[in-house]
Design a binder for this molecule. Structure first.
Ligand SMILES: CC(=O)SCCNC(=O)CCNC(=O)[C@H](O)C(C)(C)COP(=O)(O)OP(=O)(O)OC[C@H]1O[C@@H](n2cnc3c(N)ncnc32)[C@H](O)[C@@H]1OP(=O)(O)O
Ligand SMILES: N[C@@H](CCO)C(=O)O
Length: 305
């Protein structure tokens, strides 16, 4: 159920067409339940696409989830219309007095830059620090996860010899974790990056547990038990055609990347890709919402104390 998003957000029309349950303000007020407050720090250039993907996977539990969109204060995105940012986004400065049950930090196409070369790096570090006192749990995606692991634990990312690209089989390593509840033993997950995090860099960090991994694609999901952080390097939230769009974009640019692996039937890009990860995507995000719900205080003011 029900996700609470602004009435005019483009995601609404897409999700309603798909049958995703979106709650109206009038019904939200009537239900005797405290909505979970989830902030989405959207660093992706295609913000509307990402908002829609994240809203879709957050909408699958019986709880009310209220999504707040925000972006760094000191960066003007080039690829998102200004009006969209004005209508739907708040800056971090505007929300920093508030408390949230969850914070999702997206990826960004900056993974090949040193962290310090990212324009909003210093602000992101301040946001991460703020989250320790204002947010109950963090879910960081792709570069966002690399950035959080680097900030909180000094863990480096590493350049790959070629882009890791495709829908790779992954193993769930601990089915007893609340985050992994109900997931299949082997699950296929979209991977699309030029860098990686390595298991050996986690040595000595007793609070970090690896929950999903792939023989071919490496580390996928790392849980920080102490800080209640979830670091996901891959893209369960992607639409069926997202990798296809990235593949065709890179081909057009003349980037020498291969066909995404295990994605098109027969690895043939002229055939429509088949989505083999949707169910596990919904399950993982529902598990995360449950994990937050079970542990967050009822009184929002107590978050981070
Ligand atoms: C590894 C991960 O986390 S995966 C997530 C990243 N994946 C994606 O973004 C997929 C979709 N993105 C795309 O297809 C492309 O980025 C496009 C088509 C939107 C634009 O690509 P290009 O034309 O090559 O680059 P462009 O000059 O417009 O800038 C691209 C983005 O790079 C980022 N960027 C580049 N350099 C910097 C920098 N120094 N500091 C901060 N952000 C930077 C910005 O996010 C910028 O977009 P934004 O201003 O709208 O946020
Ligand atoms: N998923 C990203 C990887 C680069 O950051 C893309 O293809 O745009």
């Amino acid at each position: 159920m029900p996700i609470k998003i602004p009435h005019d957000l483009p995601a609404r029309e897409t999700l309603e067409r798909e049958g995703v349950l979106i709650i109206r303000d009038t019904d939200a007020i009537r239900q005797d339940i405290r909505p979970l407050r989830i902030a989405l720090l959207n660093l992706m250039p295609k913000k509307i696409e990402t908002e829609t993907q994240i809203a879709r996977v957050l909408a699958g539990t019986p709880l009310q989830v209220e999504m707040t969109l925000f972006a760094p204060s000191g960066y003007v995105p080039k690829n998102t219309p200004r009006e969209h940012m004005i209508d739907f986004y708040r800056s971090w400065e505007e929300i920093r007095q508030e408390k949230f049950d969850g914070l999702i930090v997206t990826g960004a196409p900056v993974e090949q830059l040193p962290f310090e070369a990212v324009v909003y790096w210093e602000e992101l570090r301040r946001i991460f620090d703020w989250s320790l006192t204002h947010v109950h749990g963090l879910f960081a995606l792709c570069w966002g996860a690399q950035a959080a692991l680097h900030h909180f634990h000094g863990i480096p990312k590493h350049q790959l010899p070629e882009k890791r690209f495709g829908v790779f089989p992954h193993r769930v390593l601990d089915h007893t974790s609340l985050l992994m509840r109900g997931l299949d033993d082997e699950i296929r997950i979209p991977v699309s990056r030029h860098t990686e995090n390595r298991r050996e860099d986690l040595a000595g960090h007793a609070d970090l547990e690896v929950l999903m991994e792939s023989d071919e694609a490496g580390l996928c999901l790392v849980h920080d038990r102490r800080l209640r952080h979830v670091h996901m390097f891959n893209h369960l939230e992607y639409d069926s055609t997202t990798l296809d769009a990235e593949y065709r974009r890179d081909l057009e640019k003349g980037d020498p990347i291969g066909v995404p692996r295990y994605y098109y039937p027969g690895d043939d890009p002229s055939r429509a890709p088949v989505n083999t990860w949707r169910g596990n995507a919904h399950l993982l995000y529902s598990n995360w919402i449950n994990y937050i719900y079970q542990t967050t205080p009822f009184d929002v003011a107590q978050i981070g104390r």
